[in-house]
Design a protein around this ligand. Sequence first.
Ligand code: F6P
Length: 342
Amino acid sequence: MRIGILTGGGDCPGLNAVIRAVVRKGEAEHGHEFVGFLHGWRGVMEGETIPLSIDTTRGILARGGTILLSSRTNPYRSEDGPTQVRATLARLGIDALIAIGGEDTLGVARRLGEEGVAVVGVPKTIDNDLSATDVTFGFDTAVQTAVDAIDRLHTTAESHDRVMVVEVMGRHAGWIALHSGMAGGANVVLIPERPFDIDEVVAHLEARHGDGRHSSIVVVAEGATPKEGTLALQAGGVDDFGHARLGGIGNLVTDAIAARTGWDTRATILGHVIRGGTPTAYDRMLATRFGLGAIDAVDDGDFGVMVALRGTDIVRVPLADAVAELKTVPPERYAEAEVFFG
Ligand code: F6P
C-alpha cells in the first residue's frame, strides 16, 4: 500500500516518534510505501510532499516538533478544499492516510472518512482534551516543562517576597494548569472550566500571607476567564477553525492582584516553551505505541477510526467519538487542587 502521513495543528512533543513507528513497522513488516504531506491538510490540498522511509526517519524519536511541519489549515473552509484533497490522493496513488492531530485535524479526518477517504487518526495535543483517549502524547512533556519552570519561580517568589503568576497553555481545558499547579505546589490554580473571582483569588493569597510574607505561585491557564462583570478581557483574532487567539489572562491577573494588594506581583507567560523540545520517555512510548497501532489499523483495513489509550491498552475508537466532545476538568478533580489553595 501507499500510505500518506500528515501532522496538523500545534506542534507537540512525540509527533516524530509516531511517524517513526508507523514507517518502521509499515515498511519492515508489511512492505508499505510512505509519503509525508507537509504542513498538515494544506500539504494534502496542495500536493506538497516528502518521501518517508526507514532511512529518512532515523534519529527522530527524541526530536520535538514535526519533520512534516504543521499548519492549522482547514480544507472545509474553502469550497473546493475537499475536492483538492481527493485529487491529490488520486494523483499520488495514496491508498490510505494517517492523520496525526487534535480535535480540528481529526474533525477533518472524520468528515473525509465519512466521504469515503481511507483514514486513520492518531490523537495529539499537549492539552490532553480529547475525550476518547485516556491520555494524549505531549501532555506529559508539557506538564513536566511547566513544573520545571514553576520549581524555579518558587526561588524568586521566596527570595523577593513576590507573587509569581504563571500562565500555561490550555485553551478550553485546564489539564496542564491543574497538573502543573498541583505538582509544582501552586497556591491557586485558575482553569477555563471554572470562571474565577479575582477577589476570591486575593482572599486565598491573603490567608496564606497572614504571616507577613508575600510569596505565592498562581498558575493560570490561558483560557481561564474571570466571572462575568469582574475583570475585562481583551479579544484577539481567530484561526482557520474559528478559535480565538489567546494570551493575556496572566498579565491581567497579575495587574489585578498588584492593584488590590500592593504586593510585588510578576507574570511569566510560558506559552510555546511548554510545547517545544524533546518528549519525555512517557510521551515517546505512548507516541510509539500509537504509531504501531495506527499502522496495524491501516493494515487491517479498519478505517474511520482513531487509536486511543484505555488503561494500558491501545484500542481503536470511531473518529466520530474521538471528536464528539472535549474532555474538560471535572469539578471533583479541581476540588483536589483546591485543598492546597492559600
Ligand atoms: O494545540 C493546543 C494549543 O497548544 C493550545 O493550548 C493553544 O491555545 C494553542 O495550541 C496555541 O496555538 P498556536 O501556536 O497556533 O497559537
